[in-house]
Design a protein. Structure first.
Length: 350
């Protein structure tokens, strides 16, 4: 029985998040009238806000279930409970370790490979498929909400330019992911270059041939997994539906926060800010949880989209309590629990 967590808490990440929080507090101090902010917070309906907490938990459950169904298509057996635990660990790593989204995916791949006993490449194929589904849904929500808002509310050009930039960045990322997922030769060249670099940096401690052989096995399993998923397009309908439900429940968090504040904000406004915040969170910018940056962006965007600044700041804080701090808490507790109980492979999969 292991007494230590396999993923110890990163003190550096915690310090950066705390620093980011300080940046946001300074932003509130200099740019948000305290009276308006305080009046907004005073309006919070505890019941509606508690529903937002429940929406986050359900969103994570459906997100995990969508991934599990992709794993099942690749014959990777794992129970829903284990997949949910791994998603919570990945979420924790995403929020606390720089290179967000990449670090979380690596932790998911490692833990699921260890849990299922399958080749890491096959597991990575499921994660790539899961990410493409999520990015497609988020991009679709951003485009639809932005077009609706632009036609009905005539937002400032700055907002439209920012939305276009985020959309273009998301499309570019998706194209690159799909390209390298299908182009085996190009992927092999990149991996060979990375292995060569690692061998040089290790000064001979790592052997190129051994690493190359392991990488080739993983890449073969990865590309075979991608081929399997693309050959079963009709069976992707269920994971896609589950991913849409997860997206809708995640978006519902912000909707419920505004309802809890008794603020009448157009749904398209909430969807635009939500989609942009997700795009920022999934970009590996090297700042744990995008602490400070994301809060300032969300508050500024809400304000530009004609939301009262006091309401915008209050909604941002209440939303981030759920999407950052509560996720960190649950993810950290999951890691500690797994460290105490050990990681025992499942005998069955649901």
């Amino acid at each position: 029985m292991s007494e230590e967590s396999p993923f110890p808490l990163k003190k550096t990440g915690a310090v950066v998040i705390a620093a980011g929080l300080l940046v946001f507090l300074l932003y509130l101090y200099f740019f948000v009238p305290f009276g308006e902010f305080y009046d907004s917070i005073q309006q919070v309906d505890p019941f509606l806000y508690s529903l937002a907490f429940g929406s986050m938990l359900l969103s994570t459950a459906f997100y995990s279930l969508a991934w599990q169904r992709l794993l099942d298509l690749l014959s990777v057996k794992c129970s829903f409970l284990k997949s949910l635990q791994i998603v919570w660990v990945g979420s924790f790593v995403d929020l606390l370790v720089p290179a967000e989204s990449i670090s979380g995916d690596i932790s998911r791949a490692y833990l699921m490979s260890r849990e299922s006993g399958e080749n890491t490449g096959k597991v990575v194929a499921s994660i790539i498929g899961h990410r493409v589904l999520s990015m497609t849904i988020t991009l679709g929500g951003l485009v639809i909400s932005s077009v609706y808002f632009a036609l009905n509310y005539h937002p400032p050009p700055l907002v439209l330019e920012f939305v276009s930039l985020i959309g273009l960045g998301t499309i570019t990322a998706m194209i690159l992911i799909l390209y390298f997922s299908r182009r085996r030769e190009d992927t092999d060249k990149i991996v060979s270059w990375i292995i060569g670099l690692l061998v040089r940096l290790s000064r001979g401690r790592w052997k190129f041939e051994r690493l190359k052989e392991s990488a080739e096995k993983m890449l073969k399993a990865f590309h075979n997994g991608i081929d399997t998923l693309t050959a079963q397009k009709s069976r992707l309908a269920l994971p896609g539906f589950l991913a849409i439900v997860a997206w809708a429940l995640d978006l519902l968090i912000s909707v419920l926060v505004f309802r809890a504040l008794k603020a009448q904000v157009p749904f398209s406004t909430i969807a635009i800010v939500y989609s942009i915040s997700i795009a920022i969170q999934t970009a590996p910018v090297g700042i744990p949880g995008e602490a400070g940056i994301l809060e300032v962006v969300m508050t500024s965007l809400y304000t530009l989209l004609n939301v009262d600044i006091g309401v915008a700041a209050a909604a941002t804080i209440l939303t981030r309590v759920i999407t950052l701090w509560l996720r960190l808490l649950i993810g950290g507790l999951t890691i500690q629990w797994l460290g105490i109980k050990g990681w025992k492979p499942s005998s069955t999969a649901s």
